[in-house]
Ligand binder design. Structure first.
Ligand code: NAD
Length: 495
């Protein structure tokens, strides 16, 4: 199919409000649907990071930003949301080209980015400092202050939405932000940066610095001027960042990987469960931290359920992200597709039986793209590497369970604890199991739903801290206590 031209961001990075060519090496961004080069972006260097942090700190300390009242800062956030909404089609198209995702998904991510700015703006208007209960001759208060410069490091799977989830609360709290997009997908973050600078945000408050994690990312994390890092990405990178943060005693929030269990109980609404499970693992081609990649099915249902699931999986439309009928788009990069394929080979070597998929689709339309068929694997125990490691692709492992205790033990036998899905008509079963599973989010008779007002984050190796909800802005603030002495007489201690 032919694709409409999308205006591409120029080869410029954003250093504290100033657009200019990066002083690092040129890097090609590739369209995963056909392997073609989209454009070239020169990366940032350590010097660019240093300048971004230094000038970001100045901008955050300037009265033009520091002295704004919450409702005035909220106005800036609304203006950014207006800009995102105005440019929604272009952003979604750009993100589809850069990440391969379907236009339906990228449009939803763009809408979510605008929604994030609006929710945070609203929350900021009612982000109250606190008068604490008086317990002595002082009036006591707890107030929030900006941290200064926040480093925001994001992965390639949902850039515009994950960028917004860090930029909006960090700005709301009065900080400057240095954003580092992933190497494979810098384009939509640069386009978002342009919208933000055009919105009239005081110069210097935002930098967008594409580059390698080992260069730009590490310099952001270790820079003495960066007071917090908010990271979304893989668990091993998160652990490395946590070590570096410990050296500086810097707060860090980590949204990491997952291997989320989805459970179908005997009394489940089968049609709803099948659709929810397919959406949970195969939308975004499984490149989702919350993908429901381990499926536990009650023994009495298992054969029929799996047969129906396989039949529906085979009917999913694999294709180009711009084709409105596509359900499963290419993976983000050919290298990532090859890594998913290797995971499936290992599953076979472990004794897994591939019920469907297990290879790239055949045919001229798929030849040059990073496609992989939605894959279901049976006959592996939960202890197999396939069921323990995050694959981050369209690969589902089917497992069984004897009873509720066995289910909980297997579901929790994982290094991760990000999400879980439960399909049952019995609210008591759902309540009991939801409370016993190690997961930051449990979906009951639904899956992969998000709300800005509901905290999101992981347990165990899925992360530290929460995004969204009423605590969102506080997470980017420093807390300070004020004591206002009320006594008219001098303190008796000094006589
Ligand atoms: P990644 O960890 O390889 O990279 C994420 C970001 O970190 C990139 O920008 C990368 O350049 C940067 N980075 C790499 N090494 C770094 C270092 N030493 N110091 C600083 N920055 C560094 O992850 P990825 O492959 O881009 O993304 C996939 C992972 O992200 C998956 O594990 C997925 O589960 C996770 N993820 C988690 C969530 C969540 O909210 N929990 C959401 C989306 C993705």
């Amino acid at each position: 199919m032919s694709h409409p031209a999308v205006p591409l961001p120029p080869d410029e990075i954003l250093v504290a409000g100033e657009w200019r060519r990066g002083t690092g090496a040129a890097s090609e961004t590739v369209d995963p649907a056909d392997g073609g080069v989209i454009t070239e972006i020169h990366h940032a260097t350590a010097d660019d990071v240093d300048e971004a942090v230094r000038r970001g700190a100045e901008a955050a300390a300037s009265p033009a930003w520091r002295d704004l009242l919450p409702h005035e800062r909220a106005r800036h956030l609304h203006r950014i949301a207006d800009g995102i909404e105005r440019d929604a089609d272009r952003l979604a198209n750009l993100q589809t080209r850069d990440t391969g995702k379907t236009l339906r998904e990228t449009s939803a991510l763009v809408a979510s980015a605008a929604g994030t700015f609006r929710y945070v703006a609203g929350a900021l208007e009612t982000f109250d400092d606190e008068l604490t209960t008086q317990r002595g001759p002082s009036l006591t208060m707890s107030v929030h202050e900006p941290i200064g410069v926040v480093g925001a490091i994001v992965p390639w799977n949902s850039p515009v939405a994950s960028d917004a989830q860090k930029i909006a609360p960090a700005l709301a709290a009065g900080n400057a932000v240095v954003l580092k997009p992933a190497e494979w997908t810098p384009l939509v973050s640069l386009a978002l940066g342009r919208i933000i600078t055009d919105s009239g945000l005081p110069a210097g408050l935002l930098s967008v610095l594409p580059g390698a994690g080992s260069v730009v990312g590490e310099v952001i994390v270790t820079h003495p001027g960066v007071g917090k890092v908010s990271f979304t990405g893989g668990t091993s990178t998160g652990r490395r960042i946590a070590h570096a943060a410990a050296e500086k005693l810097m707060p860090v929030s980590l949204e990491l990987g997952g291997k989320s269990p989805t459970v179908v109980f005997e009394d489940a609404d089968i049609d709803a469960a099948i659709n929810g499970i397919l959406f949970g693992i195969f939308s975004s081609s499984g490149q989702s931290c919350i993908a429901g990649s381990r499926l536990f099915v009650a023994e009495s249902l298992r054969d029929d359920f799996v047969e129906r699931l396989v039949a529906k999986t085979r009917a999913l439309r694999v294709g180009h992200g711009l084709d409105p009928l596509t359900q499963v788009a290419p993976l983000v990069h050919h290298k990532h597709r090859d890594s998913v394929a290797q995971h499936v080979e290992r599953a076979r070597a472990e004794g897994g039986r591939v019920l469907t998929g297990g290879q790239a689709p055949e045919g001229a339309a798929y030849e040059r793209g990073a496609f992989y068929l939605p894959t279901i694997i049976d006959e592996l125990p939960n202890t197999a590497a396939t069921c323990q490691e995050e694959i981050f692709g369209p690969v589902l492992a089917v497992l069984g369970f004897k009873d509720e205790d066995d289910l909980v033990a297997q579901a929790n036998d994982s290094a991760f604890g990000l999400a879980c899905g439960l399909w049952t008509r019995d609210y008591r079963t759902a309540w009991r199991v939801a409370r016993r599973i190690d997961a930051g989010t449990v979906w009951i008779n639904t899956y992969k739903q998000f709300s800005s007002s509901t905290p999101f984050g992981g347990m165990k190796e899925s992360g530290l801290g929460r995004e969204k909800g009423r605590g969102w802005i506080a997470a980017y603030s420093r807390q300070k206590s004020l004591y206002w002495g009320l006594s008219d007489s001098p303190h008796p201690w000094a006589g």
